[in-house]
Design a protein around this ligand. Structure first.
Ligand code: BGC
Ligand code: NOJ
Length: 827
């Protein structure tokens, strides 16, 4: 069953009933001001940091799950009946309802008793405010007398403190109201020089700024007293819960539409010019007034909305494909890049599964996210790489995360996750392939942000590689440290104390537990460093890295192979993990994906064997689960992974992030059918018909889909902020469709199902636009043998870099080998 449909032309998902299985959210903003918004207008807003500069309050894990947000209310002043056009919170039976989630905006519209209301929510580019444009139409045959109320609940800035420190916070709240604009200025009197504003384009009949005055004691957002009785009480908040609500009266003729704009925004004043007049305690509003006045004008709002849409048209033009498979096309062309941009902006901070007060930016998460957005915003990717690399430790190791506001590493979730440094090499390589901007390698960056320690980024990469080499275990495999990519495989933790953090606890450190996954990642990263060194003419480093990679391959050959798949690790006692020898957790997905992706086992058949084992033992209709058999009890020596009930999260859930590694692996052994099949199982659009089972948004990937061992197989959780977005984009666009940026050109190397025919794609790359036509008869293999570039034939599948004068390059890629040839040619 579905709860809506895709509108690919408008690039929207259109939800047609409000009671989706879970709140289905979207994001507003893409620079400094952000918000999350659900299909019933729930959610919150913040400036830059979801924890430290939270504008509006949101209670997570509420009942219902999603309550509190950007609600407007309409009241029929003749009958006294009132409703929320976004369904929540009043939950009236609306005659119709749609929520259009688009790229950076949402439009919620409905009709109730002959009154249509449509609210557009978005953040104009370059501004630190959000617009709510409400259009109310009287579709009745008679005039309508209506009241419109807005509402927000302010957060007292630090969301963590706001949710805990009530003995203070109930006394500090302050607001000002001037010319109908509500200013929230809690703590402005002291060390803050920022405030929030909430404005309305219409003359007000009244306002409220004290939550209890608006809602009434013992009432909630579903029946505010102000709305029920039809007038506001002009309350001024002193302490308690500052909120904002405007009351506007509307007289509408039959057929008449009125447009009302509300603005919610964030503003700062210089620390020495906070007050007007100086010496008073009144906010100096001279800087913010012009901005407010501007965006209260309908044509300014319309232009800003159009600008937002053209920006996305431009971004989405960078990489497009028309394959004829709607699930592939709409993810590649619309939703996957959008999700990548959101993960870039948010890291893992704010979603319905991430509370905004938890984690900073992960070192490995950020590095992997970059793979999905580097083609969209290369300049911001560059900046992000410099930030991340500047937090690297002198050993080459990493803090596991850093704070976006300070850009400093923090130890809250520890360090010593031994895979972290290698990801930096992988992401810098992706940046270089996309842009060719080798100047980044010479950027002098500090270690641990310490002035005086600056060394070129190139050296940071060398130290990343050295970090692994300095930490090899008894089998010559990398020590796992606190954990590797799998945060829950904690081989040195041995935690027996309730509540102790698996992320920071290391109760025993034997220097023995090793990771086959890091070994494979190392092979990949060392290969990338060798290529980078080659480009710089540093033959010695290239040779050293290649030799280290070969040595690591040998260690994997000797100690990482279990007979029919790659082992996962060696534990604290030197015993294999992810082996047929184990009772539970015999096979893990990560080393199968990463080893084959890194090229291990391709020449001797083990890659195919490992992937066959994945298909036999781990594949389910809902994607490939992380391991089998699931752990049925807590294993002290394995850690958090065995704390989850079977089928969830790292304990045999479909941890979607890992699936694209297998897809890429399948393309490396030229099995396009298996690669695409694997992709479609976790592709949200392809799962749209399963919405009642899947439950998450059908337009974005989930971090986790419950596995076969779960009570709810196929149920998605942790949608939006997941490395799945970046890796799926890489797998589908670069390896399955095969349009892959490389240092010396654009590789055209599709590995698609045998039954596929021709398809086309467009890629902007290094300043030129490549118009690519893949000429493939159904039944052929997917290997390009010949290219025609602007009419000239080239052997092989690499389109050379454009000369500076070429703006548009026509590429025809011929796939003419019959299937049998390739099957024979591949061991
Ligand atoms: C989750 C992991 C996550 C880790 C760190 C664990 O509880 O299962 O997916 O990476 O926490 O936040
Ligand atoms: C989510 C974390 O953000 C990521 O860093 C980690 O690799 C996965 N969980 C797997 O544990």
């Amino acid at each position: 069953m579905r709860y809506g449909h895709f509108d690919d032309v408008r690039r929207e998902y259109v939800i047609t009933r409000p009671d989706t299985p879970l709140p289905w959210i979207n994001y507003l903003g893409s620079e400094d001001y952000f918000g999350i918004i659900s299909n019933t207008a729930g959610g919150y807003s913040f400036y830059r940091d979801a924890r430290l500069r939270r504008l509006t309050r949101y209670r997570y894990n509420n009942a219902p799950l999603d309550l509190g947000g950007r609600y407007v209310y309409l009241r029929d002043d003749a009958s006294g009946d009132y409703w929320s056009p976004s369904w929540q919170p009043t939950q009236r039976d609306l005659d119709d309802y749609t929520c259009r989630h688009g790229l950076g905006y949402s439009i919620i519209s409905s009709r109730y008793q002959g009154i249509r209301a449509e609210t557009l929510y978005f953040v104009p580019a370059g501004e630190t405010l959000e617009v709510w444009r409400v259009r109310v139409t009287n579709e009745r045959a008679v005039p309508a007398t209506l009241s419109l109320f807005s509402s927000v609940e302010f957060c007292l800035w630090d969301a963590q403190d706001d949710a805990t420190n009530f003995q203070r916070n109930y006394s500090v709240g302050e607001v000002e109201v001037e010319d109908g604009v509500i200013y929230h200025k809690t703590e402005y009197r002291e060390r803050r020089n920022h405030f929030a504003f909430f404005a309305c384009s219409e003359p007000l009949a009244g306002f409220d700024t004290q939550r209890d005055a608006f809602l009434g004691p013992y009432r909630s957002w579903d029946r505010p007293i102000g709305v029920e009785r039809g007038f506001a009480s002009n309350s001024i908040a002193h302490g308690w819960q500052p909120s904002g609500s405007h009351h506007v009266r509307l007289e509408l003729r039959p057929g008449e539409t009125r447009e009302i704009v509300f603005l919610l925004g964030y503003a700062e004043n210089p620390a020495d010019a906070k007050f007007d007049p100086p010496g008073s305690q009144t906010i100096d509003k001279r800087r913010v007034r012009p901005t407010i006045a501007r965006y209260l004008q309908p044509d300014v709002v319309a232009d800003a909305f159009e600008a937002l849409q053209s920006r996305w048209t431009d971004l989405l033009g960078i990489c497009r494909a028309e394959t004829g498979n709607e699930h592939v096309d709409r993810m590649v062309n619309i939703w996957n890049p959008y999700q990548c941009m959101v993960t870039f902006n948010m890291s893992r901070s704010a979603s319905l599964f991430e509370s905004g007060i938890g984690r900073g930016m992960g070192f490995r998460d950020t590095s992997q996210d970059l793979l999905g957005f580097v083609h969209l915003v290369p300049a911001r990717a560059r900046e992000r790489l410099l930030d991340v690399a500047s937090t690297q430790l002198p050993t080459g190791g990493a803090y596991h995360q850093y704070q976006p506001l300070t850009k400093r590493g923090n130890n809250d979730v520890g360090s010593g996750f031994n895979d972290d440094p290698a990801w930096l090499v992988v992401s810098v390589a992706a940046y270089l392939k996309e842009t060719g901007d080798s100047s980044i390698l010479d950027e002098a960056l500090p270690f641990d942000n310490q002035p005086g320690t600056e060394r070129p980024l190139y050296e940071h990469l060398q130290r990343s590689i050295q970090y692994t080499l300095d930490r090899l275990g008894p089998h010559g495999l990398p020590l796992i440290g606190r954990a590797d990519w799998n945060d829950c495989l904690n081989l040195n933790c041995f935690s027996e104390t309730p509540g102790e953090s698996f992320q920071t606890t290391e109760n025993r450190s034997g220097g023995v537990a090793e990771s086959v996954f890091i070994a494979a990642l190392f092979v990949l990263a060392a290969g990338e460093l060798a290529a980078i060194a080659g480009l710089r003419g540093d033959a010695a480093e290239a040779a050293r890295s290649l030799a280290a990679a070969s040595e690591m391959r040998r260690a994997v050959d000797q100690h990482g192979w279990d007979g029919a798949w790659f082992r996962r690790a060696y534990d604290f006692f030197g015993r294999p993990v992810g082996s047929a020898e184990n009772d539970e957790g015999q096979i893990f997905i990560e080393p199968q994906g990463m080893c084959v992706l890194a090229g291990i086992g391709i020449d001797d058949g083990r890659a195919r064997t490992a992937l066959d084992s994945v298909r036999e033992r781990l594949a389910t209709p809902h994607g490939i689960v992380l391991l089998q058999p699931a752990f049925t009890r807590y294993h002290l020596h394995l850690g958090e992974i065995s704390t989850y009930p079977g089928g969830y999260k790292e304990n045999a859930g479909v941890f979607c992030h890992t699936n694209p590694w297998v897809m890429i692996g399948e393309t490396r052994v030229r099995n396009g059918d298996a690669a695409l099949d694997c992709y479609l199982r976790i592709n949200p659009s392809a799962r749209e018909d399963l919405s009642e089972t899947h439950r998450g948004e059908p337009y974005v990937y989930a971090q986790m889909i419950a596995g076969a061992d779960a009570a709810t197989p196929g149920e998605a959780k942790n949608t939006w902020l997941t490395g799945t977005a970046a890796w799926n984009f890489v797998a589908i666009s670069q390896w399955i469709l095969g349009i892959r940026p490389e240092h010396d050109g654009l590789r055209i190397d599709p590995c698609v199902p045998v039954a596929w025919g021709d398809f086309t794609a467009t890629r902007r790359f290094r300043g030129a636009t490549y118009r690519i036509a893949v000429r493939k008869r159904p039944g052929t293999s997917g290997c390009v043998t010949r290219l025609r570039v602007d009419g000239r034939t080239i052997e092989g599948n690499l389109v050379p870099l454009p000369s500076s004068t070429e703006a548009v390059i026509e590429v025809e890629a011929f796939v003419d080998a019959p299937v049998e040839d390739v099957v024979e040619a591949t061991p």
